[in-house]
Design a protein around this ligand. Sequence first.
Ligand code: MYA
Length: 189
Amino acid sequence: MSQDSHKCHCKSPTDRSAGPDVRDPPRSDGGVALCGACRDKKTCRLGLISERLDETGTAWFELRCPKDHEGGPNVAHGGWTASVLDECLGHVPLLQGVLSVTAELAVSFIKPVPIERPVEVRARIERREGSRIYISGEMVLLPGRAVLARGKGTWIARDRTHFAHFENWLAEQDSMSGANQVALTKARA
Ligand SMILES: CCCCCCCCCCCCCC(=O)SCCNC(=O)CCNC(=O)[C@H](O)C(C)(C)COP(=O)(O)OP(=O)(O)OC[C@H]1O[C@@H](n2cnc3c(N)ncnc32)[C@H](O)[C@@H]1OP(=O)(O)O
């Protein structure tokens, strides 16, 4: 269902805070756009240090896997690698002023990622179809640039009401489960 065709009778999403401006999100000292949980700390907990968009549209990210994302001995948990690719690839439209959310993400784990070593992610938009944005990228070990992981997926461009629509949807789910609970209690009485 598109945002425009949202026809439920819930409270208008414009009644609620839409969060920070996508064109000017809170950033770390290195310029990394920070998501909700990292804003207070002013640093990306996944270990992103810097991000930039070059003139060809490729986005570059410097990072290190923090020790608290260790999986096997001295190597990153696979969930960290997937999260970083989700984050970095999702930042490519954001660096161009477009908010999007991940609809699909495929990750290839090529080599274990050593913790606390400099790595780089490079990502770019492959193509756009309607609101779908197809993005791919890869993570390499510095300085030799051996490929550690690759990611590709589909992001969907959203406007600022995306999260408010979700809050309304969640409230509907809660009220439905509350109504179901009442009906169940009556049926048992
Ligand atoms: C506000 C400022 C914030 C600042 C941020 C700071 C940095 C933070 C950065 C964080 C970055 C981290 C990133 C994160 O962690 S994002 C978090 C992880 N992702 C999510 O939470 C998304 C959850 N899913 C949804 O919300 C919905 O299912 C979406 C929005 C995806 C679709 O919802 P819905 O179904 O209602 O949409 P629609 O009917 O209007 O269709 C729209 C289009 O979407 C196409 N489609 C749908 N599903 C799929 C699919 N599976 N594969 C391929 N395509 C799909 C569909 O064909 C149509 O295409 P088109 O006909 O238009 O061409």
